[in-house]
Ligand binder design. Sequence first.
Ligand SMILES: [Zn+2]
Length: 427
Amino acid sequence: MTRLTAYILLSLTIALVASWFASNPGQVLIVWQEWEVRLSVATLIFLLIIYTAFLWLSVWTMRKLNIFTYFSNPRRLAARRARGEKNLDRAWSAYALEDYKESIKLGLRARSTLGDSGDVLRLLASATRNQSKDKNLYLDQLKSSLVSAPWVLSQELDNSLKQKAWPSAMLLVRDMLKSHPKNKFLLKLNVSLSAQLGNWQEAKVSLRKAMREKGAIKPAEQKHLSAVINYSLALEEKAAGNKNECINLLKSALKSSPSFAPAAQLGARIYIDQGDKKSAEKFLINIWKKNPNSEIGDLLKNLFPSESKGERFRRLKTVSKSEPTFSETYHLLAEIAILAEQWPDAQSALEKVIDSGQASKKTYQTLALLERKQKSDKQASDKLLERSEIVPSDNHWFCSSCQNSPMHYTAVCQKCDTFDKISWFRL
Ligand SMILES: [Zn+2]
């Protein structure tokens, strides 16, 4: 009954609408290029009704013939997905070969089957970033997703680090640490970036935070980093004229890492400036036994300018007696022995360097000096000098990041701006 009433009402409405259009005739003009189609409104409505009926009939037929089931068939969907994943794999391969245009093309194909999945967007974002500097919409899309945002930030961080844009890298690290406060990589980077920016107090605080997270930095590295940071803070105190504070920081540095030579060198220099030669000597002898270098050797050699050559030789011979396994020790001893005309000591020290496989330019240059001074044998001396040209260079400060050999140690390399990469390079 209700249905009948509805049909009657519908028929009445259609009749009323039809009679209204009959009494209010109008025309519709469609113009396309040089074509013109003129229709009465009634004809247009009739055509629309026919079109709607056709659409309805098509959907009805597709349902009857199970055509929709064909499109939602699981096997067909799995095959489509496999095709998409294959395209994505090929896109990553093209990316690896730096063919970013091809990578984007394949990535877009994968996107048409896999949709805006994180994998597809990451590929497209990475390839787009490498191909052009235009705005990267894929990155923006990933950034808006809570789960993908850290990946975007890590990409930006990677970029900042590559460009050595330390301030922006620092901001990103701080931002990422808010959501990942225990991330070991970020905690460690927080220390080195603070140091690279010269914020040594911040570096100290960052190191403490990283040390609280087990496994973020290995214990030996913690001690070394603590020494480097305290040494750098000591340099600031020295510049500010706070010598006592400076010495205390250097002592802390050497307590953390007893073989960290730059701290001992700086401590010795400060004591020498203050006229406290005995304290300076203590610092120098201590480090000379553990980790000697040519700068410490020079400080030791010139510590007491008023002593005679013989006194200097005897003093340094005593110092060198304690486990002289380093070429620096033998070289210094040979040099002082030659000055004091102690030829057998000089000869024996240099032979020990050669026997231990540590011979360098300096070894043969000193041997040449010995030949000249002891025997006045210019020919033998020249031969040794020739030999010194073809043997390895002497131990030196070396930056493992930029391969530069600076004259002195610095916590941040002045050439490549990297933290804690300079060390005393031994053969
Ligand atoms: Zn460097």
